[in-house]
Ligand binder design. Structure first.
Ligand code: FES
Length: 368
C-alpha cells in the first residue's frame, strides 16, 4: 500500500517536471524516435517517398511531412535537419513543388544541388535513401508572388530555379491571367534542372513563355545581356523575380535599373551569402567576446560571427547560413558588425544581429 502511494507520488512528480519544462518533447522524442520517427514532436518528421535524379549534381526529394506541418506559400524555404555521424545539422532549401501538391496529396518536393565540400548536400546525395525520415521546420521567406495579377518576369540561374518552379506551378494551377516569362540560365543544356517539368508547364499554361539559355555550350561563353531583357514584351510594367548566383543577380539588377525598372518591382532571394567585395578586409575582424560561453576569440578578415563561433568550438543555433531564416539571431551587447548582405554597419550598441551574415569590425560582445 505504502509502495503504491510512493509510486503514485513519484509519477505525479515526474508528470509535473515534464509539463513544466519549456520543451516537453525532449523527454518523449528519444522514445518516439525509436518506436516511430514520425511521432517526434521537436520538429516535423517527413518521410522520403522518392528520390530522383535531375542532373549529374541535382536530385529531387519527394517528402511526405506529418500532417501537422503548417504548409507553405510558393517561393518559401524550409530548414531540413539530418543526423550526420551523430551530429544534427540543418540547411535551408527552397520548396520546388506547388502548394497544391501538399494540399491535395500531402507531398512536397525539395530539389537539391550537390555543393562541392558541402557536408549536408553531399550526404543527402550519397547516403539518403527512400523510406528515411528527415526533420522539417515551418516554411519561411518573403519571396512571394503578388496578390493581384500583373505581368511577371522570372530570371533564374542554375539551382536558383527551385523556388521559381514552385511559383510557376502555382501560377499555372490558379490559371494566373497575366503574361509570365521565364529566362532560365544554365551552364550547359545538360545542367537544366526539371527540363521536362518546365516544358510541360509551358505546353499547358499559355500565359507562360520560357527561354532556357546555356552560358557555356559554345566556345565563347555568354551571360545575361540587355537584348535578353529587351526581348521581353512590356518589360517595364513587369514585377521581376530573381534567384541565382550573386553575379547573375547583380548583373540582372543593374540591367533592369538601366531600363527603368524600379526597386519596388524587383524581388530577390539569396542563393548564397554575398561576400563583401567593396570593403577593405583590413578594416574587418576584431576581438569577439561570447559572454555566456566565457570565451574570447581574436578574428581577422571577413569571417562571420557564426564561422568564428564554430571555429572556436561553439554551436550557436543556425539554419540557412545566408540571412533568411533568422534562427541565428542573438543579442549583440556592444561593438559594430558589417552586414554581408547589405554591406552596411550596425550601430555600436545593444541590438539583435544575425550571426551568419555579420562580420565584426573591431571588438564585439555577444550574448552567446
Ligand atoms: S542561419 Fe538563417 S539567418 Fe542566420
Amino acid at each position: 500500500m505504502l509502495a503504491k502511494a510512493r509510486q503514485n507520488r513519484a509519477l505525479r512528480w515526474l508528470g509535473r517536471q515534464i509539463l513544466n519544462t519549456p520543451q516537453p518533447a525532449s523527454y518523449f522524442d528519444p522514445l518516439a524516435e525509436a518506436i516511430n520517427p514520425m511521432w517526434v514532436q521537436a520538429y516535423t518528421p517527413a518521410r522520403v517517398e522518392r528520390i530522383f535524379t535531375e542532373t549529374h549534381d541535382t536530385k529531387t526529394l519527394v517528402l511526405r511531412p506529418a500532417r501537422r506541418w503548417g504548409g507553405f506559400q510558393a517561393g518559401q524555404h524550409v530548414n531540413l535537419g539530418v543526423d550526420i555521424e551523430g551530429v544534427r545539422r540543418q540547411r535551408t532549401f527552397s520548396l520546388s513543388s506547388s502548394p497544391r501538391l501538399w494540399q491535395d496529396n500531402g507531398q512536397i518536393t525539395l530539389t537539391i544541388k550537390r555543393h562541392p565540400g558541402g557536408r549536408v548536400t553531399n550526404w543527402l546525395h550519397d547516403h539518403l535513401e527512400e523510406g528515411a525520415v528527415l526533420g522539417l521546420t515551418d516554411a519561411f521567406g518573403d519571396f512571394l508572388l503578388p496578390s493581384v495579377a500583373k505581368p511577371l518576369l522570372f530570371i533564374a540561374g542554375g539551382s536558383g530555379i527551385t523556388p521559381i518552379l514552385s511559383q510557376l506551378e502555382s501560377l499555372a494551377a490558379e490559371d494566373y491571367r497575366a503574361p509570365v516569362t521565364l529566362l532560365y540560365f544554365v551552364r550547359t543544356r545538360k545542367d537544366t534542372i526539371a527540363r521536362e517539368t518546365i516544358t510541360a508547364l509551358a505546353a499547358r499554361y499559355s500565359a507562360l513563355t520560357v527561354r532556357i539559355l546555356a552560358t557555356h555550350d559554345n566556345a565563347s561563353p555568354r551571360s545575361l545581356n540587355g537584348s535578353d531583357l529587351d526581348s521581353v514584351p512590356g518589360l517595364t510594367a513587369r514585377d521581376v523575380f530573381l534567384c541565382g548566383p550573386g553575379g547573375l543577380m547583380d548583373l540582372a539588377t543593374e540591367l533592369l535599373y538601366q531600363r527603368g525598372i524600379r526597386d519596388s518591382q524587383v524581388h530577390c532571394t539569396f542563393f548564397a551569402p554575398p561576400t563583401i567585395a567593396s570593403l577593405s578586409k583590413e578594416a574587418l575582424g576584431g576581438d569577439v567576446r561570447f559572454v555566456r560561453s566565457a570565451l574570447s576569440v581574436d578574428s581577422t578578415g571577413d569571417a562571420t560571427l557564426l564561422e568564428i563561433a564554430e571555429a572556436a568550438g561553439l554551436h550557436p543555433q543556425s539554419g540557412c547560413r545566408m540571412g533568411i531564416c533568422h534562427q541565428c539571431s542573438c543579442r549583440k551587447t556592444s561593438g559594430t558588425v558589417i552586414n554581408r548582405l547589405t554591406g552596411k554597419p550596425s550601430g555600436p550598441g545593444e541590438e539583435s544581429v544575425q550571426l551568419c551574415v555579420s562580420v565584426p569590425r573591431g571588438p564585439v560582445t555577444l550574448d552567446v
